[in-house]
Write a protein that binds this ligand. Structure first.
Ligand code: HEC
Length: 115
């Protein structure tokens, strides 16, 4: 996450000063590095993005209308998150929340699968 923060700062700083091609190169590098750092940190992403508020710190939900996510197969969780993102699965709350996890689906799903 530290790498991610630094790169975001660099991107923001350079956004107005550089050409489009240079911008694309920086975004590509940032994406690759971010994916690397995020992979290892599904728990932090899950917590920091606010998922725990409804689904609980370890994926055991806090209310009867919120599903448990702990122990779920990671491939299933990834698919649900992508379906919420695309709108193939509709739920107002999760359509909004899933948009926040773009690129982090696998790491979060892997964390939940081990709970
Ligand atoms: C405000 C409460 C709330 C928050 C915050 C929230 N969710 Fe959900 N989540 C729900 C509800 C309600 C459902 C059931 C949606 C439905 O009925 O289709 C759900 C469904 C899901 C499912 C599908 C579960 C299944 O068994 O099919 C996944 C995966 C999921 N959420 C992951 C997340 C992640 C990851 C985050 C954080 C980015 C998050 N949720 C944040 C309320 C929430």
């Amino acid at each position: 996450m530290r790498v991610y923060g630094v790169l975001n700062a660099i991107i923001t700083f350079n956004f107005l000063d550089i050409g489009e091609i240079a911008m694309k190169k920086i975004l590509l590098v940032a994406t690759v590095l971010t994916m690397g750092s995020v992979q290892a940190d599904g728990k932090a992403d899950y917590t920091n993005l606010g998922c725990a508020a409804c689904h609980g710190a370890t994926g055991i939900s806090v209310a009867p209308t919120y599903p448990n996510l702990a122990g779920q197969k990671s491939a299933y969780t990834v698919k649900q998150l992508k379906d919420f993102q695309s709108g193939a699965r509709k739920d107002a709350t999760m359509n909004a929340m899933a948009a926040l996890v773009a690129g982090k689906e696998q790491a979060i799903a892997d964390f939940l699968a081990t709970q």
